[in-house]
Design a protein around this ligand. Sequence first.
Ligand SMILES: Cc1ncc(COP(=O)(O)O)c(C=O)c1O
Length: 469
Amino acid sequence: MGLPAGGDRAAAGRAELLGEACQRALAYLEGLATRRVGPAPDAVAALDRLDFPLPAAGRDPRDVLRLLDEAGSPATVASAGPRYFGFVTGGTLPAAQAAAWLGAAWDQNAALTAMSPVAARLDAVALRWVTELLGLPAGAEGGFVTGATMANAACLAAARDAVLARHGWDAAGQGLAGAPPVTVVAGAEAHTTVRKALALVGLGRDRVTVLPADEQGAIVPRSLPALTGPALVCLQAGNVNSGASDPFRPLLHWAREQGAWVHVDGAFGLWAAASPATAGQVAGVAGADSWATDSHKWLNTTYDCGIALVREPGSLPSSMAAPAAYLPGGAGREPMHFTPQSSQRARGAEVWAVLAALGRDGVADLVDRTCRLARRFAGGIRAAGYQVLNEVVLNQVVVDFGDPGLTARIIAAIQDEGTCWCGQTSWRGRQAMRVSVSCWSTTGDDVDASVAAISDCARRVTGRGGPGR
Ligand SMILES: Cc1ncc(COP(=O)(O)O)c(C=O)c1O
């Protein structure tokens, strides 16, 4: 096949542009371990360089790339680096980065097999591997979505439709007007996005029957209510602050007796199941009906990648399928019929690449290593004289520096100093600093340097030689 006139020139220009993009991206990645974690204020101020009126005539793409890197890269947060402990973010494993770069070149629409046989196959294989790795029932079906929020929403839509169907109501067809009321139960510490997902699927964020949680944020499995009619129970693997998981066995036993659908939000905590050392914390989780998790957090793939999994074959498609005459149905699984979105990038490719590169042992090691480093972090904080508020069972540490105002000022000082980045939270009524160790490249030295910087900031803020209490 001959190239149209000018094709050689266009290809050469593309190669030069992408070559430069690759070099700049590598330089960025190589600088992650040594740069300040939060961007400097002058770098954020310089973002004005990117904010100009829409040009009438386009610019040379090489100039656009240079401007993007020179003005944009310094104003990133080094959240892909080893000393970012904010939220539960994770970095990007080289295998995932490489697959993402190749995937960007592929530019596949993973909606249908006809649009991308490779994306459809990688989706299916990656979902099977995730299911195996997490010890979930073989045959569970799933799909890749933007994150755990949408994974919760997809699972809860399937749950809503299934429990209403058992009571003779076709929610996917008729909506919720006139439907029997669905009882929704969740723990006091359910993640805010579970409530958002409940609102999205028409079940309401404020109609929830709340079960009390213990001091680690796990549901107390006592005095559980009797449920009548269609019912849905939302449980959690991995509290966003403490890392604690709900006691699945007794809760599932009760929920089964009540005929309820059990959904588990395990955005990061479900990955505890991938290591023999932590699997006990989520024992019994495989007995649920649906699970939401992320690969962009603890599995260290790029954003955005969440995973919705449902035990009962056919449940997701009966809520998500969108047939049309122009959309060919293949003989096998069609990704768009398992997810809220139709067009979608080939998210499964990165998950496939990471799981192929790490294997079962590598994922267990990632989980174990980050949990070990979280314990090291907690040990350093305690040795410096400050209080760790949670039992460090997973990769999360919650730190109290004393009074609330002081804690807020110390966190601001840490973020400003730049060695590491930790966020704020409120835990059991106390202002606290939240640490999540979830990046593949974090080392013991990173943790020690971060604890030292945190101690210095705390000393500076309190104006004392010792801890702030
Ligand atoms: C327990 C839990 N559920 C849900 C979410 C939402 O995940 P995402 O931001 O990927 O939508 C998070 C994010 O931190 C989480 O920790």
